[in-house]
Design a protein around this ligand. Structure first.
Ligand SMILES: [Zn+2]
Length: 231
């Protein structure tokens, strides 16, 4: 849809809250004020080294800071937002939620000394099907707030296998282990990277991708996701 068309449409039918579906008031964006207050924030950035998500990586991959903005359950507020973004074709939700997340984390020092944002890549087929990479959109929003650049084509996804939702934790680990490939080590040598994804569940995908990034010399990896689902 062209910009003019979508602006006209917004005049006729203003945007709705992606969480509760009510019309947004002027000045509200993505979620209404009421839903925004109710969003289940993890506050993991207040303890970025030892929160529940950070400890999930212990012994599996060397990480620096780890945080997620919201707790995720299917059908929950965060679940609705992510579902709207991914399955109803709304990349702008990713960007705006990334912006919102970074704004709330900015003063905590979470982004301190981070050199580059790395969105978790999507496989080609999935990218073609969806039309956008939600992690890249989230990273764009984070970049707008922090001024940290987004690293493109540093790492690629070499394959996409069947949906992982019905598999156990270790089976999932196996499935994604070789799914990523470091394409270009030179821009990330000696850098502190922030790996960005929409939802962390078992951590298997983040570990597979992060492990590739750590193959570059003197690289450090921190992790930030829009949501965290306890597995
Ligand atoms: Zn709402």
């Amino acid at each position: 849809m062209t910009g003019v068309c979508s602006r006209l449409l917004n005049l006729i039918s203003p945007q709705r809250c992606v969480s509760c579906g009510l019309r947004l008031a002027p000045g509200e964006d993505i979620v209404c004020t009421k839903c925004n207050l109710r969003l289940p924030r993890t506050l993991y950035h207040e303890d970025p080294y030892e929160n529940a998500m950070a400890t999930m990586f212990w012994g599996r991959m060397k990480t620096e800071r780890c945080a997620a903005f919201l707790f995720y359950n299917a059908g929950s507020e965060a679940g609705n937002i992510i579902y709207e973004m991914k399955y109803h074709g709304h990349p702008e939700i990713g960007r705006k939620m990334g912006h919102k997340m970074a704004s709330e984390l900015m003063d905590s020092g979470f982004f301190e000394d981070i050199d580059l944002l790395i969105p978790l890549p999507l496989g080609k087929n999935r990218l073609r099907q969806r039309g956008f990479n939600q992690s890249a959109e989230i990273a764009r929003g984070v970049s707008e707030v922090t001024g940290i650049l987004v690293g493109e084509r540093i790492v690629s996804r070499t394959q996409f296998r069947e949906s992982q939702t019905h598999k156990g934790r270790w089976e999932r680990n196996e499935n994604v282990k070789d799914a990523f490939r470091l394409e270009d080590a030179s821009p990330i040598r000696g850098k502190h990277l922030l790996l960005i994804d929409d939802v962390a569940t078992t951590g298997a995908t983040l570990i597979a991708c992060g492990t590739e990034l750590l193959k570059a010399e003197d690289t450090r990896v921190s992790i930030l996701t829009l949501a965290y689902a306890k597995s």
